[in-house]
Design a protein around this ligand. Structure first.
Ligand code: ATP
Length: 882
C-alpha cells in the first residue's frame, strides 16, 4: 500500500501518532535518533588541509617559495627559513580568515532556514524544518514551503505548486480523502504534499510520512544541490581591479629589478627582493578581506535583527533611495484591538487593551449589550482562523492579528470557542490581499446553512443588497449606504482599520459555487480596529529623510486609515499625495513614474500593484527597497533592488525571494540595516585606501632607490614582514570601524559610483607617494653613501616605513580630516597598531631576530627622527579635506 491509499485511522496507527495531540517529545527524540534530521545529505566537504594548501597556490607565493629554496641551497639558511616562516604565517592567516567567512555564512543559512508549524505534546509550535520527524502533524498555509512529505488529512481550499518536483507550474488542488488506485505518480497523488513544493492558496494539515533523503525530493536531491558561490558586485569589481593591480605591481617590480641589476646589484639579490616586493605589493588578499568585512558586517546586522540572505544586498543598501514599506506590522505594532462597532446605524465603543479579554461595550459611556451585537461578534468569530490562549497570565493570539482582534471582541461579550463549535464549517474561501475578504459556509445544529463574509467594507458594499435592522432583513437603500460610507470614513479618519461583516442565508440543497457565495450579501455591521504605530518608526523615518531616503507606505487598508497613520508618523509632507489601488490600475508604468515622486502613501493596493510601484520608481533612477510578506509579494520583492521580507509574519516564498529578512518585522530595522550597509561599504573603502597606499609606498621607495643608484633600502624579509604585520592587522581592524557620525546625513551613494570615487584614488596615490618619499629620505639620511652604514640605514628605512603606515592608518578612518575622529574610538585598531609596534620592537631589539631581519638597536635620537618623518604624510594631508 502507498501512503495516499491509507485512511486517517490507518495513518495514525502506522505512524504511531495521535491526530489531536501529535508526537510527544520522547517520540520525537527517538525518531530523530533513528532517522536523522530532515535535511538533504551534505555534499562532500572540502578537507581543511586542502583549504590550507589553497592559500599557497598563488603564483607569486610559489615563485617566492622556489626562490627561497634556491637561497637555501645556496646556503642562505637564515633568509630561507625566515621567508618560509613568514609565508607560512601568511597562509595561516588566510586560512583562518576563510574559515571565519565560511562559518559566518553557514550561520546565516541556519538563521534563514524555514520553520514548520508542528503539533507536538498537544500544542502548535514553530520549529526549524530540519527537526521535523516522521509522524509529525504539520499545518501548512498559503506561502509555506512544505517541509517534508506528508499525507494531507485536512484541506481548506488547499492548492500546491509542485513544479520543482513534477514540472507542472499550475497549482494542483489537494484534498484529504484516501485514493484507492495503485501506482500513482507524485503529480497524481492529490492527497499528498511533497517536501519543497509551495502552498499557493488555502491551508491544510498533514501527517509526515517521509523526511530528508527519503522524501520524493530527496531522491532527486543530488541534482538540486546548490553549489553556486555568492560573489557580490563589489567583490567582482575588486577581482577585476586586482588583475590590473597585479599587472601594475609586476611591471613596476620588474622595473625595479631591471634597474637594480643595471646599477650593478647582484642578480640573485635583486631577484629575491623583486619577488618579495611583488608578493607584498600585490593586493591578492583584497577580495578575501572584503568578504570578511562583509560577513562581519552581516553579523553586526544580525545583532540588529536584520538577516542578509544575499551578500550583494549589503552594498546595495548603501545606495537605497526609496523604501517602500508595508504599513501593517512593519510600521505598526500589528497588535490589533477592536475599538468601535457600527451596527444598525449606531456606534458602539469597545473598551480594553490589546488582546486582553477584559472590556465592555459602551454607548454614550453606558454599558450596552444586545442580541444583534452578540450576533455580529459571533459572525466575526466564525469567519476566523485565529485562536486565543493564555501564557504566563497574559492573553495572546495565534494567527492573523485582525482575526485575533475580532475573537477578543467576541470574548468580551462572553462568546467562547464552545459557542463557535456549535457550528460546522462546510466550506471556506480564504482571505488574501487581492480579494481583501474571506468567506465561510456555516451550518448550525438545525442544519441551517449560511455564509459569513468579512472584508474591506468598500469591497463588500457593492456585493451587498440587504441590510439587517429592527424589522429584520430588508433591501438596502441609498440612505443606508450613505450612512455606512459615513461610518467607514469616520472610523478611517481615526486611523481605524475597518472590516465589514456580512451574511447570506443558503438552502441546504444549493450547490456551493464560490462566485455566488459572495453575491447578494446582507450587511450586518463594521468593526473598527486600531493598530498603533510602532514607537521607533517615527524617528527612523525622519533619520531616513535626513539620509536622503524617501519612505513610502504601502497598504491594503483604506486610504483614510493609511493617511491618518502616515500623519502620525510624519511620513507625508504637505504636498504629499495618496494614490489608491483603483487609480494605480488605470495608469501605465510610465504615467505612474511621472507622478510617483510626489506620492507617499499607496492605499487599497494589491500585491500586483507593488511590482508597478517598484518599476516606476526604478524608471526614475531610484534604488528601491521593497518589503513584503505574502506569496503574491514575491515578484515585487524580486524586482526591487533590495527585497525585504518579514521574519515573523513572512511566508517562506517571500523570504526566499528577499535579500534581507527583518527578524522583528520592524521598519526601524531597515533603517539600521541601511546604516550598517553604508558603514560596511565605507569600511571597505577605508582598508582599500590603507592597503593600496601602503603598497604604493613600498614599491616607490624601492623604485626611487634603484633609480638613484642606491643600495636596496629594504631587504626581502623586511618587505615580507611589512606585508604580514603592518598591512595585515590594522587593515582588518579598519574593516571593523564604527560608522562616521554623519553616515546617515549624506545622500545615498550613486549605484554606479566606483570604489575609488570621491577622491579615494588621489588619497591613495598622494599618501603612498609621500610614504615612499619619506622612507627614502630616512634611508638616504642614515646611509650617507657609506656602505658601513647600510644595515643601520635599512633599519631606519624599515622602521620609518612601518611607523608611517601605522600613523597613516588613522587618517584612513575618515573621509574628512584625520583630526575629525577620536583615534581611541576603534579599540581594535588601537590594539592592532600596538601589537604591530610590539612586533616591530622585537624585530629591532631581540638579538636573534636582528640576525634574521638585518636590523640593529636604535637610539632615542633615531626614534625622534623616525617619528618626525613618519608623521609628515598624515599631518601634511590630515589638515586638508582631500
Ligand atoms: P500590508 O501588510 O501590505 O500593510 P494590510 O494589512 O494593510 O497589508 P491587507 O492585509 O491586504 O492589507 O488588508 C486589506 C484589507 O482587507 C483590510 O483593510 C481589511 O479591511 C481587510 N482584511 C484584512 N485582514 C482580513 C481578514 N483576515 N479577513 C477579512 N478581511 C480582512
Amino acid at each position: 500500500m502507498n501512503w495516499y491509499q491509507f485512511n486517517e485511522d490507518q495513518l495514525e496507527q502506522k505512524l504511531g501518532v495521535r491526530r489531536d495531540k501529535g508526537l510527544s517529545s520522547l517520540d520525537v527524540e527517538k525518531r530523530l535518533k533513528k532517522f536523522g534530521a530532515n535535511v538533504f545529505a551534505d555534499r562532500k566537504k572540502i578537507s581543511l588541509w586542502l583549504v590550507f594548501l589553497k592559500q599557497f597556490q598563488d603564483f607569486m607565493v610559489l615563485v617566492l617559495l622556489a626562490a627561497t629554496l634556491v637561497s637555501g641551497l645556496l646556503g642562505e639558511y637564515v633568509d630561507a627559513i625566515a621567508i618560509m616562516v613568514i609565508v607560512l604565517i601568511n597562509g595561516l592567516i588566510g586560512f583562518f580568515q576563510e574559515q571565519k567567512a565560511e562559518k559566518s555564512l553557514s550561520k546565516l543559512k541556519e538563521l534563514s532556514a524555514p520553520l514548520a508549524n508542528v503539533l507536538r505534546n498537544g500544542r502548535w509550535d514553530k520549529i526549524p524544518s530540519s527537526e521535523v520527524v516522521v509522524g509529525d502533524i504539520i499545518k501548512i498555509t498559503s506561502g509555506d514551503r512544505v517541509s517534508a512529505d506528508m499525507r494531507i488529512t485536512k484541506s481548506s481550499s488547499l492548492e500546491l505548486e509542485e513544479s520543482a518536483l513534477t514540472g507542472e507550474s499550475l497549482p494542483t488542488t489537494k484534498h484529504a480523502t484516501a485514493i484507492t488506485q495503485d501506482g500513482l505518480e507524485p503529480a497524481d497523488q492529490k492527497n499528498m504534499a511533497f517536501m519543497g513544493t509551495l502552498v499557493t492558496r488555502g491551508s491544510g494539515i498533514g501527517i509526515v510520512v517521509a523526511t530528508g533523503m527519503k522524501t520524493a525530493m530527496g531522491q532527486i536531491a543530488e541534482l538540486l544541490v546548490n553549489t553556486e558561490q555568492q560573489v557580490t558586485p563589489l567583490e567582482r569589481k575588486l577581482m577585476e581591479l586586482g588583475k590590473i593591480l597585479i599587472l601594475l605591481a609586476l611591471i613596476l617590480t620588474a622595473f625595479v629589478v631591471v634597474i637594480g641589476v643595471w646599477q650593478g646589484h647582484p642578480i640573485y639579490n635583486m631577484f629575491l627582493a623583486g619577488v618579495s616586493l611583488a608578493v607584498a605589493a600585490i593586493p591578492e588578499g583584497l577580495p578575501a578581506i572584503v568578504t570578511v568585512a562583509l560577513s562581519l558586517g552581516v553579523q553586526r546586522m544580525i545583532r540588529k535583527k536584520a538577516i542578509v540572505r544575499k551578500l550583494s544586498a549589503v552594498e546595495t543598501l548603501g545606495s537605497a533611495s526609496v523604501i517602500c514599506s508595508d504599513k501593517t506590522g512593519t510600521m505598526t505594532e500589528n497588535q490589533m484591538t477592536v475599538k468601535q462597532l457600527y451596527i444598525r446605524q449606531r456606534y458602539v465603543y469597545v473598551t480594553g487593551q490589546g488582546y486582553d479579554i477584559k472590556g465592555d461595550f459602551q454607548q454614550s459611556e453606558r454599558n450596552v449589550n444586545s442580541e444583534e451585537l452578540e450576533e455580529m461578534l459571533l459572525y466575526g468569530a466564525l469567519c476566523n482562523h485565529a485562536s486565543l490562549y493564555r501564557k504566563k497570565g497574559k492573553w495572546m493570539i495565534d494567527g492573523d492579528p485582525t482575526e485575533g482582534a475580532l475573537l477578543v471582541a467576541a470574548r468580551k461579550a462572553n462568546i467562547t470557542i464552545e459557542d463557535t463549535e456549535k457550528f460546522k464549517i462546510i466550506h471556506e474561501i480564504p482571505f488574501d490581499s487581492d480579494r481583501k475578504r474571506m468567506s465561510v459556509v456555516v451550518e448550525d445544529n438545525q442544519s441551517n446553512r449560511f455564509v459569513v463574509t468579512k472584508g474591506a467594507p468598500d469591497i463588500l458594499l457593492p456585493r451587498t443588497n440587504y441590510i439587517i435592522d429592527k424589522e429584520g432583513r430588508r433591501p438596502i437603500r441609498a440612505k443606508d449606504q450613505n450612512s455606512i460610507e459615513q461610518a467607514i470614513n469616520d472610523m478611517a479618519d481615526h486611523a481605524l482599520r475597518t472590516i465589514a461583516i456580512c451574511i447570506k442565508p443558503l438552502e441546504k440543497s444549493q450547490a456551493i459555487d464560490e462566485i455566488m457565495l459572495e453575491k447578494d450579501l446582507t450587511f450586518v455591521g463594521i468593526s473598527g480596529i486600531i493598530d498603533p504605530p510602532r514607537k521607533e518608526v517615527k524617528t527612523a523615518i525622519s533619520e531616513c529623510q535626513e539620509a536622503g531616503i524617501k519612505t513610502v507606505m504601502i497598504t491594503g487598508d483604506h486610504a483614510k486609515t493609511a493617511l491618518a497613520i502616515a500623519k502620525q508618523l510624519d511620513l507625508i509632507p504637505e504636498y504629499g499625495k495618496v494614490l489608491e489601488g483603483h487609480q494605480l490600475s488605470k495608469m501605465t508604468e510610465e504615467q505612474l513614474s511621472t507622478v510617483i515622486d510626489d506620492v507617499y502613501v499607496f492605499a487599497r493596493v494589491t500585491p500586483e500593484h507593488k511590482l508597478k510601484i517598484v518599476k516606476a520608481f526604478q524608471r526614475n533612477g531610484h534604488v528601491v527597497a521593497m518589503t513584503g510578506d505574502g506569496v503574491n509579494d514575491a515578484p515585487a520583492i524580486k524586482a526591487s533592488d533590495i527585497g525585504i521580507s518579514m521574519g515573523l509574519s513572512g511566508t517562506d516564498v517571500a523570504k526566499e525571494a528577499s535579500a534581507l529578512v527583518l527578524l522583528d518585522d520592524n521598519f526601524a530595522t531597515i533603517k539600521s540595516a541601511i546604516k550598517e550597509g553604508r558603514n560596511i561599504y565605507e569600511n571597505i573603502r577605508k582598508f582599500i585606501r590603507y592597503l593600496l597606499a601602503s603598497n604604493v609606498g613600498e614599491i616607490l621607495v624601492m623604485l626611487f632607490a634603484m633609480l638613484l643608484g642606491l643600495p636596496l633600502p629594504l631587504i626581502p624579509v623586511q618587505i615580507l614582514w611589512v606585508n604580514l604585520v603592518t598591512d595585515g592587522l590594522p587593515a582588518m581592524a579598519l574593516g571593523l570601524d564604527q560608522a562616521e557620525g554623519d553616515v546617515m546625513k549624506r545622500s545615498p551613494r550613486h549605484p554606479k559610483e566606483g570604489v575609488f570615487a570621491r577622491g579615494l584614488a588621489f588619497k591613495i596615490i598622494s599618501r603612498g607617494f609621500m610614504i615612499g618619499i619619506i622612507t627614502l629620505i630616512a634611508f638616504m639620511t642614515a646611509y650617507q653613501g657609506d656602505p658601513d652604514h647600510l644595515r643601520y640605514a635599512q633599519t631606519i628605512a624599515f622602521t620609518t616605513l612601518v611607523m608611517a603606515q601605522l600613523i597613516h592608518v588613522f587618517d584612513c578612518r575618515s573621509e574628512k580630516s584625520v583630526f575629525s575622529r577620536n583615534p581611541f574610538q576603534n579599540l581594535y585598531l588601537v590594539g592592532a597598531v600596538i601589537s604591530s609596534i610590539l612586533l616591530l620592537l622585537m624585530v629591532l631589539y631581540l638579538e636573534s631576530l636582528q640576525e634574521v631581519f638585518n636590523t640593529m638597536d636604535l637610539g632615542l635620537r633615531d626614534w625622534i627622527f623616525i617619528l618626525a618623518l613618519s608623521s609628515i604624510p598624515t599631518v601634511l594631508f590630515g589638515f586638508t579635506k582631500k
